[in-house]
Design a protein around this ligand. Structure first.
Ligand code: ZN
Ligand code: FE
Length: 254
């Protein structure tokens, strides 16, 4: 089993530390900052071997250079972002496989939030690190991609096994859920989930990870086929990608 630690940093970022007790290898996903990662490594007695970046934004790569300098780890990041990922050693593309001990992760290209965004899918561990592509009840803003690109990217994630655990890079859940309720006010699962999430956040507890199954039931960016959603936003006869684009547009101005 892969040990996964979740570090809340900055306002709402999550850094993930992945440790394979068999090989002793340790990876960090999207190190926004350096010191909290070094502190955990020291406390656990782990040696950092790998940085995995999902995309080039500063709140995902901010710790790259200092961590690399202090630990000698290897930086793995999207090849197409090689000129804007600090310290990149290995550029990856869709379909590549990366290893952490005997654990393998498949690289899935998910452009939309940025043009080079990738996610890391550990199939045998039932675990997805999805950066800023998919959030709990939300998805990333379209900074460098089109709605069509993001929709295609999300289709790839929708097709993963329902039990896949979703580790996204931000705690945006409560705000996302408030928006989700405006486009699907009668979705019972969504209502119940929001009650739970409000309780968690009142205690400052994380709402991440989620699962693909939970997202299929409650995430409006996964629910372009829902008739209730389509009726609410008056897009009943539109194509799925058009419904998605409209939901994204509504969320941007929410
Ligand atoms: Zn980002
Ligand atoms: Fe981010």
């Amino acid at each position: 089993m892969l040990t996964i630690l979740q570090l809340p940093v900055l306002n709402d970022n999550y850094i993930y530390l992945l440790h394979d007790p068999v090989s002793g290898e340790t990876a960090v996903v999207d190190p926004a900052v350096t010191q909290p990662v070094l502190d955990v490594l020291k406390q656990k007695g782990w040696q950092l071997t790998t940085i995995l970046n999902t995309h080039h934004h500063a709140d995902h790569v901010g710790g790259n250079l200092a961590l690399k300098q202090k630990t000698g780890c290897t930086v793995i990041a999207p090849l197409s972002d090689q000129n804007r990922i600090p310290g990149i050693d290995r550029g990856v593309v869709d379909g590549d496989v990366i290893m952490l001990g005997k654990h393998t992760a498949k690289v899935i290209s998910t452009p939309g939030h940025t043009s080079g965004h990738v996610v890391y899918y550990f199939a045998d561990d039932n675990t997805l690190f999805c950066g800023d592509t998919l959030f709990v009840m939300g998805c990333g803003r379209l900074f460098e991609g089109t709605a069509e690109q993001m929709w295609h990217s999300l289709q790839k994630l929708k097709a993963l096994p329902a039990s896949t655990r979703i580790y996204c890079a931000h705690e945006y859940t409560q705000a996302n859920g408030r928006f989700s309720l405006t486009v699907e006010p009668d979705n019972r699962q969504l209502q119940q989930r929001m009650e739970l999430i409000n309780q968690l956040r009142a205690k400052h507890l994380p709402t991440v990870p989620s699962t693909i199954e939970q997202e299929l039931a409650t995430n409006p960016f996964f629910r372009e086929d829902s008739l209730a959603l389509r009726e609410t936003i008056k897009m009943v006869n539109k194509k799925p990608v058009e419904v998605f684009a409209e939901v994204r547009r509504l969320k941007d101005s929410f």
